[in-house]
Every structure is written in C-alpha cells, then in structure tokens.
Design a binder for this molecule. Structure first.
Ligand code: ADP
Length: 268
C-alpha cells in the first residue's frame, strides 16, 4: 500500500482515537453485552470501524471473539447494547452487509472455482447472468487465481483455497468483511504470502476489514488498529494504533515495539 495519502489510505489510520472512529462508522458497536445463562461473554464492548479501515481484534481463548463475530454476522439476536452496520441494526438486516471468511475455506468439493465464488453472490443474482459472470471472473483475477476458474478445490493448495474463500466473501460486496483466523491453518511462508495478498486486495478494493486473530504479529503487520479483548467477561483491554506506513517491514523496530505493546496488553 502506498503511504502518500492516496484515496485508498484508511481515513481513520492517521488520527483514530482508539475505540471511536470518525462520524458514521461503517461498523458501530456500542456497549455490547452478551450473556449465556450464567456466563457473561462480553461486557460493555465498544468498537467503531471507519470506511476502508483495517482493524484487528486479538484476545485469548474465551474472551468472546467468537461471540462478537456471531453478533456481527447476525447469528445472535439476544444481546444488550447496539450493533449496527451502515447505520442499520444487525437485528434489522444490518448483518446482511457483513461478509465472512472463516479459518477453513469451506469450499464445495464438487464445484469448480467459479461456482464456489458465485456462492457468495447475493441471493437475488443469477450467477449465469453476464454481469454476474463478469464479476466472478474479476474477483478470481483480484485474488490472483486467473486461469483457475475451472479448477476444483482438490487441485488447489491451502493458500489458493483460502483465496477462493476471500473472493467468495467479496462477491456479496459487503460493507464489512469479517475474517475469522483466516490464515491460522497455513504454514508460515504461505501465511506471510496470503497476508500480503490480503493487503493488496484490501488496498485495491477499499474494503472495510475486521480480522480476528490469535497472532499478534499478524495483527500488527496488517491492521491500522489493534483492539485487544481480554478478561472474562470479555471487554476491550486496549486499543493500539499502528501508525506505520505501508508497505511495512515485519521486523522493523516500530512494529516490534507495537507487537510488545499488544502482547503486554494481552497479559502474556
Ligand atoms: P473465544 O472465541 O474468544 O474463545 P467465545 O466467544 O467462544 O470466546 O466464548 C466466550 C465465553 O462465552 C466463554 O466463557 C464461553 O465458554 C462462553 N460461551 C460461548 N458460547 C456459549 C454458549 N453457546 N453457551 C454457553 N456459554 C458460551
């Protein structure tokens, strides 16, 4: 990503003030509280993500990351506080504007790559219509799999399969793309490649991204802002701004220092 102030630079990257992005965030989480019987999973979580921003959420097991993702994607209707996407409550259809990419690519074995990406198209779009075919073709190109449109999942490497999942998540043209540990099943080198690839796609498309990860290095390398969840019940322990120009050097002293800051906030 260029660092010279072009249109793709996250608007909140330079002056984000922690949990609050500028006016009209794409994703607004205010005082989110979620309880399962006797367990309080989330307690007073605030998060505002601006258009085009890349936010990472890190936290130990049990701090409520999955619960947060379930709320954002509309799978949990019962919670306290307010969660809205583009100003619409997730319980009133706001979650329709959220795309998801999971740890496992979850591809259809019997379908080719084109069909797997087309699964992500809105329900009212005919995947065989010319415009839809063109969009799917563009997405396949965007994720660097040009020439593989007719391939099946068993012909793809793990990294390639995860790119198909990314293309499928983008097919809906979501307002917010949620990535749930998308690279944790990949080996170290593949993971690094896929992270850089994700940055390229994010930059090219201006997508608003929320990445949930265990990996502090990944969070600091990729994100504009790292939100540290902790405790049980889960709450925001710290918000670390990564005010470092891209492309970033993984081993650069400023990134290493931020990594330490996030790790300290995690209490590790
Ligand atoms: P994480 O994804 O960070 O590991 P979760 O969101 O899965 O955290 O869980 C947060 C807390 O809520 C944990 O204490 C967990 O045991 C509890 N929890 C999650 N889902 C349920 C459920 N369906 N019923 C009861 N407790 C749950």
């Amino acid at each position: 990503m260029s660092s010279d102030g072009d249109a793709n630079v996250s608007p909140a990257a330079a002056d984000a003030d922690g949990a609050s992005a500028e006016a009209d965030p794409v994703l607004a989480v205010d005082d989110l509280r979620k309880r399962y019987d006797d367990t309080v999973a989330l307690d007073g979580v605030d998060l505002a993500v601006a258009d085009g921003e890349f936010v990472a959420v890190v936290g130990p097991s049990g701090c409520g990351k999955s619960t947060l993702l379930r709320v954002l994607s509309g799978l949990e209707a019962e919670f306290g506080g307010r969660v809205a996407v583009d100003g619409t409550d997730v319980r009133d259809g706001g979650s329709d504007a959220v795309g998801m990419v999971f740890q496992e690519p979850r591809l259809l074995d019997w379908a080719d790559l084109r069909e797997n990406v087309a699964v992500g198209l809105p329900a009212d779009v005919d995947p065989d219509a010319p415009a839809a075919r063109e969009l799917v073709g563009d997405l396949i190109e965007t994720v660097g799999l040009d020439g593989f449109a007719d391939s099946h999942p068993d012909e793809l490497s793990g990294g390639m399969a995860q790119r198909v999942a990314l293309a499928r998540g983008l097919a809906y043209d979501p307002s917010v793309l949620l990535l749930d540990e998308p690279f944790s099943a990949l080996d170290r080198l593949t993971k690094a490649d896929q992270q850089d690839h994700l940055l390229d796609v994010w930059e090219a498309r201006g997508t608003t991204v929320v990445l949930v990860t265990h990996d502090v290095e990944e969070a600091v390398y990729l994100a504009d802002r790292v939100v540290v969840l902790g405790g049980q019940p889960g709450t925001v322990e710290a918000v670390v701004d990564v005010d470092v120009d891209r492309p970033r050097e993984r081993a650069a002293p400023d990134l290493v220092a931020l990594r330490r800051e996030v790790t300290a906030a995690l209490g590790r």
